[in-house]
Design a protein around this ligand. Structure first.
Ligand code: MG
Length: 254
């Protein structure tokens, strides 16, 4: 059995918890250091979900699915292309993605997110898996028009609400062959598997850790498969990953 950890507010306080069906066992402490399950159990429907962790770095990988690269007529990259999203872009499951006036085309990108468990600096591919706490779901929301207009990606990727993340972190799952889908208003738009990654998870953790030190709770968005496309105000975007559940957000006007 996989373990699902969530972070949530309840009774005016923020907690980590462990999912037990439609109930949550409240955790005392921090899931990234010492913690224990308390005997306090509350119904899932009574809590307000937050993003499952609070990364100090959100590291993203561009162009990391073979099929997507081929579809775009691009050569496979020789090393990962990485960029960052700010903490201010984070959005929990159920939160609203804002279609800001500066944006001309707002795209979804379904991505598997790796959650780091231990401080990680210059680790090898062979060691990398030991630094992973678990996995969650991300939507790398992108202002596609600004991505090409600016020539670099900071503005296009960084607007507030552009990093939906969650709903839970799942541990003890093998991330190397998970089916992932983006479903827009009930229509499947992306449907692939993490087995199609150009750079696999240990390669990404190792590569990124040679650039910046990764800390507990940091996340790596591993790239998106073919089928990206635009969203409109009123749309519901659902990202599903096998074993991890689904991440649902709605697009709203400011
Ligand atoms: Mg992406």
């Amino acid at each position: 059995m996989f373990t699902h950890y969530i972070r949530f507010s309840f009774d005016g306080k923020t907690h980590y918890g462990q999912l037990q069906g439609d109930q949550v066992a409240i955790i005392a402490g921090d899931i990234f250091s010492d913690f224990e399950l308390t005997d306090q159990i509350v119904p899932l429907e009574s809590v307000t979900l937050l993003t499952p962790c609070q990364p100090r770095s959100i590291v993203c990988v561009g162009l990391n699915y073979r099929q997507h690269a081929l579809e775009m007529g691009l050569q496979l990259p020789s090393e990962p292309v990485i960029f960052l999203k700010p903490q201010t872009s984070l959005l929990p499951h159920g939160g609203n993605i804002v279609y800001w006036p500066m944006v001309g085309r707002l795209d979804y990108e379904a991505e598997l997110a790796v959650v780091i468990g231990k401080r990680c600096h210059r680790v090898s591919k062979e060691e990398a898996m030991r630094y992973i706490f678990g996995y969650t779901i991300a939507n790398d929301v992108t202002a596609r028009d600004l991505q090409s207009k600016d020539g670099q990606w900071t503005r296009a990727k960084s607007f507030d609400t552009f990093c939906p993340l969650g709903p839970s972190i799942v541990t003890d799952i093998d991330g190397s062959n998970l089916r992932l889908k983006a479903i827009l208003n009930g229509q499947v738009k992306q449907d692939s598997t993490t087995a199609d990654l150009i750079f696999n998870i240990p390669q990404l953790v190792s590569f990124i850790s040679h650039v910046l030190t990764l800390h507990p709770g940091d996340v790596i968005l591993t790239g998106t498969p073919s089928g990206v496309g635009p969203m409109q105000v009123g749309d519901e975007i659902r990202i599903e990953i096998e074993g991890l559940g689904h991440l649902i957000n709605r697009v709203v006007a400011p």
